[in-house]
Structures are given as C-alpha cells and as structure tokens.
Design a protein around this ligand. Structure first.
Ligand code: NAP
Length: 479
C-alpha cells in the first residue's frame, strides 16, 4: 500500500510544512518508501502551538460530561480503523500485523478509559482551623507538547493524547520520524470525529533534534509529555528549564526478572520470552537482566532456549511470524554492536540470532554475564536475553537495584507474601509478581531514577499528571 503525500493536521486544517519540504517513511522490511510527510520547522511548531492555545479556553471550560463523550467517541472511531492501523504499524515499525492489532485496540481503550476518568476529576475540601474554607480543585495545565517513541508507536501516541485532552488540555503531538505516517493516519481518524473542536489536537511531523527541542522550549507550551530514551529526556529537561515547564517523562529501563527455586518454570518461560522477543525486545519494560536461582537455572535455560528456537522470524505481514525486523538499519547496527561487545567481553553466546539478512535479528541469549559487561549494564532494546545465576537472596536484591534505571522488575515465586516483601526493596516504579511488563489503559506505568520524571502514565494517576492543583480559599465570616 502506498500512502502518497500526507499532510499535517493543525487547527483542524490539512497543511504542508511552511517550507514545502517533505521526507519519506519506508517499509522497514523492504526499505521501499511508502509515503511522505511534511518536514516541519520552527514556524510550523509556532502555528500548531498557537492553534492549541486558541482552542484551549473553550475546551477546558467544556462540562466534563461533554468532553468525556467526545473523547469516548474517538475510541469508537479508532476501533473501526484498528486493522488499518495495525497494518501501518507492521509497515513502518515492523511489529507483526497480527500482534499489532493488540496495542492498536489498546489505543482505543486509552480513549475509553480516559473518557471515563475525565468525568471524575475530583478535588477535595481541606478541614480548616479558622473561618475559611479551603478547596483544592484539579485544573488542566494548558497546552501540552507530546513527544513519543517508535517502539509501540500508536499505543503510546494515543495514550498521551487521550490523557492530556481528557483532562481539559489541548496538545501538539510529534512522533518519531520513522512513524510519521502512523501519526498522520491517526490525525485522519481524529478528523472524522466531528464533535472534536479544531485545534484541540494538532499533529506535526519532523526531526526531534529541531522541532522536538523547540516544542520543549516553546514559551507558549505549559507541559511536555515525553516518552523515549533517557538521553533525549535529559535534552528535553534542559530545553524546558528556562521556562520551567511541567514534565511528564517515561524513559529507558534495564529491568531485572528474579526467579526463585519454586517458580513455575513453564509459565515464566512463556511470559518472559514473550516480552523479550515479540517486539524484538524493543520495549522499555522488556526483561533486561535475568537472575535465575541456581537450583532451576539449567531447567529454565533449557526450556527458554527451546521456546526461543521455535520463534518464527520474518515478514511482519505473515500471520505465522513471531518476530519482524528491527525498526531501522541504525537500530539494527546498535543491537549488533551490543551482541559483539558481549562476545568480546567473554559472555557465552548460547543462542546466536545473527543469521538473517537486512534488519532481522533472531532470539539471542547470553550466559556467563558479569556486572562489568556492557550488555549487563546498558539498555540493549533488542532481542538479546542476558542470563545470570544467583544463590544468595540479599546479594541478588542488591544486584537488581545496582543500575541507574528504575523502570520495572518482576519476581517469580509461588510465595506471594515473600515476593511482596522483596518488592518493597526494589527501586523501581512498577513491579510484577509472576508477570512481567504490561500495557493496559487502566494500569499506571512509569519509572523512577533515570527511568522517569513526574510520576505515572496511564490509569487515573496518568490523567492527574496532566493537571495542576488550584487552591481556592473562601472566607466564611458573616458580615
Ligand atoms: P528517542 O530517540 O529518545 O526519541 C523519542 C522521541 O523524541 C522521537 O519522537 C524523537 O524524534 C524525539 N527526539 C529526538 N531528539 C530529540 C530532542 N533533542 N528533543 C526533543 N525530542 C527529540 O527514543 P526512541 O529511540 O524513539 O525510543 C526508545 C527509547 O524509549 C528507549 O530508551 C525506551 O526504553 C524508551 N521508552 C520508554 C517507555 C516508558 O514508558 N518508560 C516506553 C517506550 C519507550 P525523531 O525520531 O524525529 O528524532
């Protein structure tokens, strides 16, 4: 399918970049162009921010019931286009189409869930020690600049848009250049929702290094919602600092999965291998370090390898495919670099995924990994599992926390009480017991340390991130 020259959506109008320039996006499997997107510049950001600013007062003042109904109808509309969006996801991002339908339906769920929460954005009354009444009200922040990554593109862009507008904000969305057409298709679906006022959502396309930075520093932007690498998060924080913007940032991770001797091995293999490989490990929450108790190490490894060897690597449009290509040549080279560094540093490569052409890497598994190795410390963001053995509980908990990230972790045991006790010791924003990672509209998600700033995304807590608290004092003295 060829998408032609698509346009940006600003103030409810279809527009080219002011400069008239465009850039292509490609089918990541074949390298063939599938369409072009406008190459926005600062002037286009100004235009989009100004449209969002103009739309803000009326949208913020809309009664919650009416705003909620409009947000819910976006969810309805997305469901009708789910197949089309999953197809585009497979082309631009490489996630197998039959798998991509899951997060695509999840995108619709993001709007349904945010719509429900927006009716219940409640404040509260604070008990007073004097003749005043104190009320705390939740209000929207204003204009939000939303910048998202390529690894679960449609789900993540929809989540930010849903949460920010459901709270009464207006927004300007910019997604990675790799997924530009996905975002412009999303704009087409939004444009079908007649009740959505012009300028509440604006979608622009162009390079993060220029327009992303400019969005983060723009004097008329009140909040930046960002998901992406920690490195870019730092740049955004710097760009946003002079104007002291509210920041909601979901960043990278190197997530421990800790398996105890009584773990259900078959269940752990199925779930952990799924999160490691289904999106080629290109997920912030994918297991970054496995700590397997010595009593079950051999058994777990044997079953894990058996599972991994049977995964089908290939065309993301084929229903039999478990793993498509990595998202780009650049990212493929980066992941290959990590595999080479693991070999050079002395880890044992028990399953080598480097046997395909183009941007494909199959399941790859390292054992004998030690804490000084790059593959142990850094986020690989690829289908590369890093296995370590443990015997001492105190030691393994220390190792699990010994990283600059703090996104998520999982503990695998039948002793739930013990898992919960250990979970308290983990410096992470989320942790799971006999499960790993999740994406769900109702479940807040987010990290601590270098994995996130500003709390959670998703769920009611995620909606609150896109609000400010306004304090109201009323004098109750009678004249
Ligand atoms: P990235 O390189 O940081 O890019 C993310 C977004 O930022 C893209 O839209 C990019 O646009 C833009 N950007 C790049 N440089 C920028 C700058 N200087 N100022 C403003 N915007 C800029 O991340 P990625 O490679 O797309 O995504 C992978 C990373 O995201 C991983 O580290 C992963 O762990 C993290 N992630 C975290 C979560 C979470 O919930 N914690 C979820 C998903 C992914 P261009 O593409 O146009 O450059």
């Amino acid at each position: 399918m060829v998408y032609g020259n698509m346009k940006m959506w600003i103030g409810g109008e279809w527009v080219d970049a002011e400069s008239g320039k465009t850039f292509p996006t490609v089918n990541v499997t074949t390298g063939e162009p599938i369409g072009t997107a406008p190459l926005a510049d600062k002037a286009d950001v100004d235009k989009a921010v100004s449209a969002a600013r103009k739309a803000f007062p009326a949208w913020a003042e809309l009664p919650p019931g009416r705003r909620s109904a409009i947000v819910a109808s976006i969810g309805e509309s997305l469901k009708k286009h789910a197949k089309e969006m999953a197809h585009l996801d497979a082309l631009e991002h490489g996630l197998p189409e039959h798998i991509a339908i899951g997060p695509t339906m999840g995108a619709a769920g993001n709007f349904e869930q945010a719509a429900a929460y927006s009716r219940h954005l409640e404040g509260h009354v604070i008990p007073s020690n004097n003749d005043r009444m104190y009320c705390l009200e939740r209000v929207p922040v204003g204009v939000c600049a939303l910048i998202t990554p390529w690894n679960m593109p449609f789900f993540l862009m929809s989540q930010k848009v849903a949460l920010s507008i459901a709270a009464g904000n207006t927004c300007v969305l910019k997604v990675p250049s790799i997924n530009a057409l996905t975002s412009l298709k999303f704009a087409e679906i939004l444009a079908e929702v007649e009740a959505l006022p012009k300028g509440v959502v604006n979608i622009i396309t162009g390079p993060g290094g220029t327009i992303g930075t400019y969005m983060a520093s723009h004097p008329d932007v009140d909040c930046v919602g960002f998901t992406g690498s920690t490195e870019t998060g730092v740049s955004i924080m710097q760009a946003a600092a002079p104007t002291l913007k509210k920041l909601v940032m979901e960043l990278g991770g190197k997530n421990p999965a800790i398996l105890f001797p009584d773990a259900n091995i078959d269940h752990a293999v199925e779930i952990l291998a799924h999160h490691q490989f289904h999106n080629c490990g290109q997920a912030c929450g994918s297991p970054g370090r496995y700590y397997i108790h010595e009593n079950i190490y051999d058994k777990f490894l044997e079953k894990y390898l058996e599972h991994a060897k049977h995964l089908v690597v290939g065309d993301p449009l084929d229903a039999k495919t478990n793993m498509g290509p990595l998202v780009s040549r650049e990212h493929y080279n980066k992941v290959m670099g990590y595999i080479e560094s693991g070999v050079k540093d002395g880890a044992t490569l028990v399953l080598d995924g480097r046997k395909y052409d183009a941007n494909f890497i199959g399941p790859t598994v390292f054992t004998d990994v030690t804490p000084d190795m790059k593959i142990y410390r850094e986020e690989i963001f690829g289908p590369v599992a890093v296995m370590c053995k443990w015997s001492d509980e105190e030691e393994v908990m220390k190792r699990a926390n010994d990283n600059t990230y703090g996104l998520t972790a999982s503990i695998w045991t039948r002793n739930i009480a013990h898992a919960l006790k250990l979970g308290k010791k983990l410096t992470v924003g989320t942790f799971s017991v006999n499960a790993h990672n999740f994406i769900a509209a109702e479940a807040p998600w987010g990290g601590v340390r270098q994995s996130g700033v500003g709390g959670k995304e998703g769920g009611y807590q995620g909606l609150l991130e896109y609000t400010e608290q306004k304090m109201i004092t009323i004098c109750l003295r009678e004249e």
